[in-house]
Design a protein around this ligand. Structure first.
Ligand SMILES: N[C@@H](CCC(=O)N[C@@H](CS)C(=O)NCC(=O)O)C(=O)O
Length: 203
């Protein structure tokens, strides 16, 4: 398998963490969709990372689809429950976490616009999404070791990737203070080799 990814993409990191947790061998093809000579559009028409080329020559994107594909390989640990409705519940947690990442990325892009074109309303709009989604994840994390069931799931991994991205790109945003259960979950996740080995380079 080949994973096309940039080293800072939180969505790609989610997939790299899943691959590491499962011990699946893959070749990492580092490519940034923002570079002029990027080859990503020839792999994924949407021009986004991550994209996964399977051993059978099929390409899967985007990250929830890749995560679903990796589960079909039937390699433990299983990161989605076998019961279909429970799997949907884990995917709901993943969607919440990915939504935090989407809003955090949108804020980064907004902050890179020329100052005169930057919109405080847009920043407030995205910050609102992050705050509400964090509150919902905190509610789900309270009193539990994992966000769903009694083992690590795609929901925990997506949440860890989103929280780490907040730390990377919005270091002044103190999400831990009002979300102690998420802070504890993040501390446990960040200590795992799969998270340590996929830390984005600084800068
Ligand atoms: N929903 C997608 C989001 C992927 C995404 O937006 N990736 C960013 C990098 S962090 C990207 O490739 N952006 C390039 C672009 O939007 O043109 C997923 O979960 O894979």
């Amino acid at each position: 398998m080949k994973l096309f990814a940039s080293l800072t993409s939180p969505y790609a990191r989610k997939i790299r963490i899943i691959l590491a947790e499962k011990g699946l061998p893959f070749e990492l093809v580092v490519d940034s969709p923002w570079e002029v000579n990027t080859r990503i559009p020839s792999v994924n028409p949407l021009g986004k990372v991550p994209a996964l080329l399977t051993n059978g020559g099929e390409v899967f994107f985007d990250s929830p689809v890749i995560a679903g594909y990796l589960e079909t390989l039937n390699v433990s640990p299983h990161l989605l429950p076998r019961e279909p409705i429970e799997a949907v519940r884990v995917r709901q947690i993943e969607a919440l976490a990915d939504g935090i990442t989407d809003a955090a990325v949108a804020m980064v892009l907004e902050s890179r616009r020329p100052e005169a074109k930057r919109s405080d309303d847009e920043i407030a709009h995205q910050t609102g999404k992050i705050g509400r989604a964090l509150d919902e994840l905190e509610r789900r994390a309270t009193g539990r070791h994992w966000l769903h069931g009694d083992g690590l799931s795609i929901g925990d991994i997506a949440t860890g990737a989103a929280l780490a991205y907040l730390d990377l790109r919005h270091p002044d945003y103190d999400w831990r203070a009002a979300h102690p259960a998420l802070a504890a979950l993040a501390a446990r996740l960040f200590a795992r080799p799969s998270f340590i080995d996929t830390k984005p380079p600084v800068g």
